[in-house]
Design a protein around this ligand. Structure first.
Ligand code: IMP
Ligand code: MG
Length: 182
């Protein structure tokens, strides 16, 4: 993975730090849901790694489902609108639902998605994010369960991409500006 690593400015969160945090978040969710069944919605593709790790630590019965939404083009600046590219397959009416997302940035994607899912009348709807970049928020939304608050830097790895690359890195790293400021 040398060709990927040479574009990383520095490692922000190590594999070990992430693993420890995933356990903490799972415990917190366990205290909240108290053994109730929860529909865990993985937002493709960025949260796949986080979702897979989190799902193996949660102490309550879970149903997995997957959604793919798009707000970003191929670059690093948010577009604003949200399109559902792949919808859920389970009916979430009267279910406890938690959206599992990689990163909360401007909040555009998640606030639009939140409204769409709320309209389906779940018993509850919560948001679990690995990362939060509060400096960039334009919508009044916050995570109910959060891994890490991070500075306003473009990060990749542990599922997060730049132009579909870097998702495979086992840590979260800051991408060198020279990669996207060309
Ligand atoms: P928002 O709508 O601006 O909150 O954007 C959320 C989405 O943008 C995330 O699900 C990511 O796919 C992407 N994103 C935002 N910041 C970063 C980053 O630093 N690295 C990689 N993807 C990011
Ligand atoms: Mg993305």
């Amino acid at each position: 993975m040398k060709h990927l690593e040479e574009n990383i400015e520095r490692v922000l969160l190590t594999k070990e730090e992430i693993a420890a945090k995933v356990c903490e978040v799972a415990e917190e969710m366990g205290d909240f849901y108290k053994g109730q069944e929860v529909v865990m919605v993985c937002i493709l593709k960025g949260s796949v790694t986080f979702f897979a790790d989190l799902a193996r630590e949660i102490p309550f019965p879970a149903v997995f489902d997957f959604m793919c939404v798009s707000s970003y083009g191929s670059g690093s600046v948010s577009g604003g609108s949200v399109r559902i590219l792949k919808d859920l397959t389970v009916d979430i009416t009267d279910k406890h639902v938690v959206i599992v997302e990689d990163i909360l940035d401007t909040g555009n994607t998640l606030s639009a998605l939140f409204e769409q899912l709320k309209a389906r009348k779940p018993a509850s709807l919560k948001l679990c994010c690995l990362l939060d970049k509060p400096d960039r928020r334009t919508k009044p939304i916050s995570a109910d369960f959060l891994g890490f608050t991070i500075p306003d830097e473009f990060v990749v790895g542990y599922g997060l991409d730049y132009n579909e690359a870097y998702r495979q890195l086992p840590y979260v790293g800051i991408l060198k500006r020279s990669v996207y400021e060309k």
